[in-house]
Design a protein around this ligand. Structure first.
Ligand code: UDP
Length: 231
């Protein structure tokens, strides 16, 4: 693989704390990504925002406003994680679909490609820039636009199961499953909008647990133990 998009869920960034950042977790992610960059892989990153806020957090305020807060939460996450990446020796740049003044660069495919060619790890913050979408959808969209070879989904759970393993101890993990089956069986890998985008644009996904040792590196090096989603 030459170019990947790594999606980190907001909860995964928070570690056991469930909210905010767990610095050790983020440094661990950064050190793994550095190994990929050293192998010549171009890495792009999307973070979720659930460690701070989700649009559906409030039933009081308008959904559009609530989603705007969620998108800004992903910008905060990207500023934090990208600076941890710099701390471990990588060059980074954050792109957003809306202007954030001097904090980020406005996204365009050309600017993203140029940054990748300079050897930077790039972050796509702010989701799609629109309410009623998720960072999963934003991540698939960017993966397609920048022609990534695959999307790596690092989650709090280590793959896709046929039922929730927290509820059903007999739940079975898939080694491989097609995106059509994920959609048909309503398996909670990514939301439906993101799944359809994957299907229509043939973007494969590798789903794995961020808490498993060295899981990002192993996903690329072939000793993958998560779920491969084929298209
Ligand atoms: N969000 C949005 N549009 C996007 C991406 C994200 O409105 O394109 C908002 C939405 O409110 C979401 C929050 O940002 O709940 C955090 O994103 P994430 O995908 O982590 O949320 P989740 O899927 O967990 O709700």
């Amino acid at each position: 693989m030459k170019r990947i998009l790594l999606k980190l869920s907001g909860e995964a960034l928070a570690g056991d704390k469930k909210t905010g950042f767990d610095e050790a977790t983020c440094i661990g992610v950064a050190e793994q990504v550095r190994q990929l960059v050293e192998k010549g892989i171009q890495v792009t990153v999307v973070t979720g925002g659930g460690n701070f806020w989700r649009g559906r957090t409030s039933e009081t305020i308008d959904r559009v406003k609530a989603d705007q807060i969620g998108m800004l939460a992903t910008v905060m996450n990207c500023i934090y994680v990208s600076d941890i990446f710099r701390h471990v020796g990588m060059k980074t740049e954050i792109f957003t679909p809306f202007t954030c003044g001097a904090f980020t660069t406005l996204f365009s495919k050309d600017a993203a490609n140029a940054a990748l060619e300079e050897g930077k790890v790039i972050f796509f913050a702010g989701g799609t820039g629109h309410p009623y979408f998720s960072t999963d959808t934003g991540a698939v969209l960017r993966a397609i636009e920048i022609e990534a070879d695959a999307m790596l989904l690092a989650k709090a759970i280590d793959g896709i199961y046929d039922s929730d393993p927290k509820v059903n101890p007999e739940a079975k993990k898939y080694d491989e499953i097609s995106i059509q089956e994920v959609i048909d069986k309503k398996l909670a890998a990514v939301d439906l909008t993101a799944s359809i985008l994957c299907l229509e644009n043939k973007m494969p996904m590798l789903v794995f647990g961020l808490n498993e040792d060295n899981s990002i590196v192993e996903t690329i090096s072939g000793t993958f133990t998560g779920t491969k989603v084929t298209v």
